[in-house]
Design a protein around this ligand. Structure first.
Ligand code: 5GP
Length: 124
């Protein structure tokens, strides 16, 4: 994971229309689409349209409108994918220890069956 924004990362290319995605939701600030390797019956990715590396970058630099839009989009994606009532998990992997693989902020929305406890015990 680079520690600066790579404009050719896969999600930037999806945003530019250079790569396809299965769109779930879109507004002026946000795009949401299905994860290509779903880990749950529902696995959507919610991303800001702006070039933000991770949550630290987004929380420091995004406008209030962008922050509101991303938050509201998560709720909208949960509703559109049918997990709002049954429950779901939102995960944001950040940086090396967070195991972030794509260098554009993305929120995973996971649901469709019980997920279990939040994280496993760390390996010693
Ligand atoms: P991370 O580990 O960075 O939090 O998650 C990256 C996610 O992006 C993974 O769940 C992976 O399956 C997904 N992903 C990687 N490449 C693509 C792609 O080209 N299209 C879509 N829709 N998802 C992708």
């Amino acid at each position: 994971m680079p520690n600066s924004y790579d404009p050719n990362n896969i999600f930037a290319r999806i945003l530019r229309g250079e790569l396809p995605c299965k769109k779930v939701y879109e507004d002026a600030h946000v795009l949401a689409f299905e994860d290509i390797r779903p880990l749950m019956p529902v696995h959507a990715l919610v991303i800001p349209k702006g070039a933000y590396l991770d949550m630290s970058d987004f929380s420091a630099r995004a406008s209030a409108d962008e922050i509101v839009a991303l938050t509201r989009a998560v709720g909208e994606v949960a509703r559109l994918t049918g997990v709002a009532a049954s429950g779901y998990r939102v995960i944001v992997n950040n940086g090396a220890d967070g195991h972030q693989e794509v260098s554009h902020l993305h929120l995973h929305v996971l649901g469709g069956r019980p997920i279990g406890r939040m994280v496993g015990a760390p390996k010693q």
